[in-house]
Design a protein around this ligand. Structure first.
Ligand SMILES: Nc1nc2c(c(=O)[nH]1)N[C@H]1C(S)=C(S)[C@@H](COP(=O)(O)OP(=O)(O)OC[C@H]3O[C@@H](n4cnc5c(N)ncnc54)[C@H](O)[C@@H]3O)O[C@H]1N2
Ligand code: MOO
Length: 410
């Protein structure tokens, strides 16, 4: 038995419902801070202040098509022969006005010349030297994008809490701002606890040693949800070693994820070591399968999330708790990470014979969901087949092909 250099006082380990555990975690997590950064490096960050348009867009009336800008014809809708008197390109507008019987060659996005109020597309025009013949002129305003029709100066284009995803980056850049105020990225440290673990690629004795298959994956998940990985480390199953590493990590991190040692074995110390370091328990167990031993604690300095060591259980609980936690710490809503939706089953599903809510690995092909065969909390290879988590109520009955199930992008 390990020689305990200090006493570990176990705290209440009653299992909570998944939703109740999330709600408790939500209460402990508030945004960690903000910083002003260049827009050029802001993709993937979360806005802490809104982005307000500095200009209107478009800044002047512009053509929506390649063609000819013309002015109000004497006989609307009539065919006409018009004199081409200039050309307007985006960034290089025509500085002369268009009069009756005249046209300006114009390209998509180019400013409308003075006097022009519509654009005839080039496909509807026969060009002969400096004249064009139009079969019929379009109605007023046709193919013109009016000044300010996209947004006005002073409009809020993006609100605080918005992720700067590729779509939002268009609006942010169009607003004309060079800097944005964003949530600071939570610093995340990942600790894998286990005498049997070695860094991937360094395993030499497979009887005593297996690759740590979880840390890099949890790191990838943390990065995908806005975390900034401080470090990853493997620690032996000794309370003193865990205590030292966890204490150091808490001092420099907003979130410490500790993988393994979460259950009831003689060398499962993670949770109790955290409590011994003054971390307050949020929950110590959740009535879910896999992932029952998942736990969370917090202090004024940050959060500690304990994941079960079984790799599928670890990744499932990382997706279900770490992703929402990182959302909360960056000023996003927890539901941003938990957008459950329904999809039909591709094949019948067995009943859930467990009294815990179950979170299965599924493969969603865009139309229906297949439950991954022979799944288990300890699976490593089959996890790669999954792209969704399928949520099934405790003791749910069997479901036929086509029955709707609740899924979440994994
Ligand atoms: N008597 C009971 N036994 C177990 C219970 C229980 O309630 N009563 N819970 C089971 C459940 S559920 C899970 S999940 C596991 C979780 O155990 P731990 O979190 O304590 O994890 P370990 O014991 O450290 O390891 C379990 C398993 O996973 C492997 N592992 C751990 N870390 C990694 C890693 N980073 N990379 C790859 N593999 C890892 C480890 O070698 C073990 O095979 O406990 C059940 N037991
Ligand atoms: O709940 Mo554990 O995560 O099933 O093996």
């Amino acid at each position: 038995m390990a020689n305990l250099a200090f006493s570990l006082t176990p705290v209440c380990h009653a299992a909570l419902d998944f939703d109740a555990a999330l709600a408790l975690m939500e209460k402990t997590a508030t945004p960690i801070g903000i910083e002003r950064i260049p827009l050029a490096v802001a993709a993937g960050r979360v806005l802490a202040e809104p982005v307000v348009a500095m200009y209107e867009a478009p800044p002047v009336d512009v053509s929506a098509m390649d063609g000819y800008a013309v002015c109000a014809p004497d006989s609307p809708g009539a065919a006409g022969t018009l004199q081409v008197v200039g050309q307007s390109f985006p960034g290089n507008p025509c500085d002369r006005a268009v009069g009756t019987g005249q046209a300006v060659r114009i390209f998509t996005g180019a400013p409308m010349p003075a006097g022009a109020d519509r654009v005839v597309v080039q496909e509807d025009v026969a060009r002969h030297d400096d004249t064009i013949v139009c079969a019929a002129l379009p109605h007023v305003g046709r193919h013109v994008r009016c000044r300010g029709s996209d947004f006005a100066a002073g409009d809020i284009l993006l609100s605080a809490g918005r992720l700067l995803d590729p779509r939002a980056m268009v609006a942010a850049a169009a607003a004309g701002v060079g800097h944005v105020v964003v949530a600071r990225r939570p610093r995340v440290t990942i600790i894998a606890s286990g005498d049997e673990l070695s860094a991937p690629g360094t395993t030499t004795n497979l009887v005593h040693n297996i690759p740590d298959s979880v840390s890099l994956a949890v790191g990838a998940m943390a990065s995908a949800w806005g975390g900034d990985i401080v470090s990853m480390a493997i620690v032996p199953d000794r309370p003193e070693a865990i205590r030292q590493r966890l204490g150091e990590a808490i001092a420099v991190s907003d979130v410490v994820v500790i993988v393994g040692g979460a259950s009831t074995g003689d060398r499962d110390f993670s949770r109790d070591v955290a409590w011994s370091l003054g971390i307050s328990q949020t929950f110590a167990k959740v009535a879910m399968k896999p992932g029952k031993p998942v736990w969370h604690g917090h202090s004024s300095g940050g959060h500690v999330l304990g994941l079960p060591g079984n790799p599928t259980a670890a990744l499932t609980t990382a997706r279900l708790f770490l992703a929402p936690l990182l959302c909360l710490l960056t000023g996003r809503a927890m539901r941003d990470a938990l957008r459950w939706r329904t999809a039909p089953l591709r094949a019948p599903a067995q009943n859930n014979d467990d009294a815990r809510e179950t979170f299965l690995c599924g493969d969603w092909d865009g139309e229906s969901v297949r439950l991954i065969e022979r799944q288990s909390a300890s699976a490593q290879a089959r996890l790669a087949e999954a792209n969704v988590i399928v949520r099934s109520a405790a003791s749910a009955p069997a479901a036929p092909e086509g029955a709707p199930v609740t899924i979440l992008d994994f």
